[in-house]
Design a protein. Structure first.
Length: 257
């Protein structure tokens, strides 16, 4: 079984929090759920593929006493998480084989990690079993099917091919969740359009470990894309800004009574 996305997170765990876009704010999905349910500190929370735990740490400011657990397969990432909060449980386990009793959690989340899981259907089944009645599962991720014009895919086409294999299309996710038994499933698309400064981006791309797409591709594909970008930056006639587009999705699933 190949490592999905080909990323060794144990090897980069000590660098992870220094990478771009790793800071986390309070999860608005958690705020919405607690507002609707009126549970506040009485709920229990599980974050699957929690990485270095930054999202749970940010959430702790909102739910001061709620039981919180972060789960990841990477021991290196969990060791980083353990240094941040001792009042959060950090568990090393396979997401398709959650080591919890049925109906243990009210709110389960997986942020930007579903594509890394080799047993996606098994993970969704485990989540459904572990959710309490009226509980909610929220998944947030990149949607490569909706943004083939993302510059990472333009310069590193192999990344697009890999991502199409690793990231389930939204319809596939919804069909799997409804087949498992989720009572209500919704998908929200967020299209981000912006101008990319290629000079700044070149500095980011040269740090290959800052992006899982770059780590997943072959050395040849990475070097070819990097050379192309460097040549364009050296050409005075080439525009140094380009439009960019990224699509994120939020998938929500409710467990019935």
């Amino acid at each position: 079984m190949r490592p999905v996305s080909g990323v060794d997170y144990d090897a980069i765990a000590h660098l992870y929090d220094s990478q771009p876009y790793r800071e986390k704010a309070l999860d608005p999905e958690l705020v919405l759920f607690t507002t609707e349910r009126g549970l506040s500190d009485r709920l229990s929370i599980l974050d699957i593929a929690c990485g270095t735990g930054s999202q749970l740490v940010a959430n702790r400011t909102f739910v001061l006493e709620a039981p919180m657990v972060g789960l990841d397969r990477s021991l290196g990432m969990l060791r980083q998480a353990q240094t941040k909060r001792s009042d959060i449980g950090w568990v090393r386990a396979d997401a398709a084989r959650l080591p919890f009793q049925p109906e243990s959690f009210d709110f389960i989340t997986c942020q930007f990690g579903f594509h890394h899981l080799p047993e996606k259907a098994g993970m969704l089944c485990a989540v459904f079993e572990t959710l309490r009645p009226r509980g909610r599962f929220v998944m947030r991720n990149l949607c490569p099917q909706e943004c083939p014009d993302w510059l990472y895919y333009d310069y590193f086409l192999e990344a697009f091919t890999i991502d199409l294999a690793d990231f389930w299309p939204p319809d596939t996710i919804v069909a799997a969740m409804e087949g498992i038994g989720f009572a209500t499933t919704t998908v929200e698309f967020e299209h981000l359009h912006f101008e990319q400064d290629l000079g700044v981006w070149l500095g980011t791309v040269r740090r290959r470990e800052t992006n899982s797409q770059l780590m997943a591709i072959s050395d040849r594909a990475y070097e070819a894309g990097l050379r192309r970008l460097e040549c364009e930056m050296a050409d005075a006639d080439t525009p140094k800004q380009r439009p960019d587009h990224l699509c994120l999705i939020t998938v929500r699933g409710e467990k019935g009574r």
